[in-house]
Design a protein around this ligand. Structure first.
Ligand SMILES: NC(=O)c1ccc[n+]([C@@H]2O[C@H](COP(=O)([O-])OP(=O)(O)OC[C@H]3O[C@@H](n4cnc5c(N)ncnc54)[C@H](OP(=O)(O)O)[C@@H]3O)[C@@H](O)[C@H]2O)c1
Length: 275
């Protein structure tokens, strides 16, 4: 099972294409000849990328700015794709941010926004486009989970739970889709050097050994290769990343939680008086 070949009026919809991993995934898909539909909130960034990809690869590019945590904006996005006659044959759910502080000191509305973007929007877009892919017998879904979804993370609880949701949702979907011509791949990066560091401020990342960090280009390349081979899950970034984070998937919570508590100690204390 491979990524479908580009076809007339087909498009690869990439969310969170204005930065980081999403931008590199859009570049990788355009380099393979796919028309791309670029989605995020910062329209100007998307326009810049669209002209770069059209110039370099001669592919059709559509820019559809949207706040994907808003259900009405997702409706608007889907209606606009339909109006333009575009068929989503590759869907990349990548847009995201994370909250790195203890839940009791976090903002309720922001926690909800995180779930709406990381969970609700993924289910919504998969729900809109997977049935058509199955009907046509071709298509690929890449959902950005994270090694954060391998265990509960105190100080980052809603994010790690959301990424765990994306991982299970995608792996179950992968199994259901066998024999349909459609594939679903959960992409689980470890720490990646992107704007995520400034936007979400995960303090633990600075303490991670250099060996387990990687760039967004490598993540995108390995993610697309995994989708091309119809893989269920990929931990991009090389052997060190897989060795460092992989075992957390099977570690019991009674062992994983005390370790996670130490790793996330600064996030847990964030906002404490005197911290
Ligand atoms: N960086 C890491 O260490 C790491 C590790 C594992 C997994 N991940 C996951 O990988 C994905 C990409 O992360 P990244 O590192 O590339 O982060 P990034 O550089 O901060 O990019 C995040 C992207 O998401 C978009 N976005 C954020 N909120 C949005 C919203 N409400 N509606 C639409 N788009 C929105 C941003 O665009 P606008 O601001 O223009 O809307 C941006 O394009 C995320 O799902 C993240 O959780 C990241």
């Amino acid at each position: 099972m491979a990524l479908p070949l580009p076809a007339p009026n087909s498009t690869a919809l990439v969310t969170g294409a204005s930065a980081g991993i999403g931008r590199e995934l859009a570049r990788g898909l355009a380099a393979r000849g796919h028309a791309v539909t670029l989605v995020a909130r910062r329209a100007e960034r998307l326009e810049q990328l669209a002209s770069e990809l059209a110039d370099r690869h001669g592919v059709r590019t559509d820019v559809l700015p949207a706040d994907l945590s808003d259900a009405a904006e997702r409706d608007r996005l889907a209606a606009e794709l339909e109006r333009r006659g575009l068929t989503v044959e590759v869907l990349v759910n990548n847009a995201g941010f994370g909250i790195y502080r203890a839940f009791a000191r976090s903002e309720r509305e922001r926690e909800l926004q995180q779930v709406r973007l990381l969970v609700e929007a993924v289910v919504d877009l998969d729900g809109r486009y997977v049935p058509g892919m199955v009907e046509r017998g071709r298509g690929a879904v890449l959902n950005l989970a994270s090694t954060a979804g391998f265990q509960p993370l105190p100080g980052n609880g809603t994010y790690s739970a959301s990424k765990s949701f994306v991982l299970y949702h995608t792996e179950a979907l992968h199994e259901e889709l066998k024999g349909t011509g459609v594939t679903a791949t959960a992409v689980c990066p470890g720490p990646v050097e992107t704007e995520f560091q400034e936007v979400s401020e995960p303090l633990f990342m600075a303490r991670m050994p250099k060996l387990v960090r990687c760039g967004p280009e490598q993540v995108a390349q390995e993610a697309l290769r995994a989708a091309d081979s119809g893989r269920r899950t990929v931990i991009p970034g090389g052997r060190a990343v897989r060795a460092f984070f992989g075992p957390n998937r099977i570690a019991p919570a009674r062992l994983a939680l005390p370790v996670a508590r130490r790793v996330m100690s600064r996030e847990i204390r964030r906002g404490e008086p005197g911290a």
